[in-house]
Design a protein around this ligand. Sequence first.
Ligand code: OOG
Ligand code: MG
Length: 263
Amino acid sequence: MSGLTPEERLAARLDEAARRGEVTAQPSQAAPLSVADAYAVQELAVARRLERGERLVGVKMGFTSRQKMAQMGVDEVIWGRLTSAMLVPEGDRIAPDHFIHPRVEPEVAFLVGGDIPPGAPPEAITSAVTAVAPALEIIDSRYADFRFTLADVVADNASAAGFVLGTWRPVPPSLDCLGVLLEVDGRTAETGATASILGDPWRSLVAAARLTGRAGMPLRAGWVVLAGGATAAVPLRPGAQVRAVVESLGAASVTVAPSSARP
Ligand code: OOG
Ligand code: MG
């Protein structure tokens, strides 16, 4: 890997870890990494996916709820890139093998109906949304034990690994006080409310447009924005059936196949 910049080397290492489903060391343990450089690493790592034929399909917000900040020990909102290969069809059965230590969390998704120019006012950002859906996000940190600094997790594309979308619905009058449930094998694992997402998931959408616009990657027509976990994330185990329910929006679900017997 000679001739590569340090950012390109890190991007290649993180991309390989994700592809193989293997942990890798936190970049910050070897040398200081700024959050700005971490976003550059993220962009380079996702560019490698795009070179393999994946498409950018949206962005995910991270640490938009106190529940998630407390669980992961960080206190700043971050964002990551969603690609076509991460989309898991609703109700699908996924193989557990290519993940490291996946977790799931219930989210709200926005569908962006038209390009949002950088610097657009909040009303223009929110009116570009044409539908909302309940969602499940699958996160899978490429670092051991899900331990990282803010810059480490930004470089690792905000732990993005997969997402499931329920049925798109017309935009309801308000989204700020809907109950949220995360069910595992028919039992309630976590409960929360959309209000935990920055007080109102719309704020997360506005933050997504601002942050990505500033980074030179404005939100595009047809993209999905995941507003961030409304509860703490729970482990996604082989054989599990998981459902995220958002009051009045419906549910998104996924099943994990039992572990394949390894020789
Ligand atoms: C980082 C991803 C955070 C959310 O919804 O807050 C996130 C992590 O927890 O590993 O997706
Ligand atoms: Mg999330």
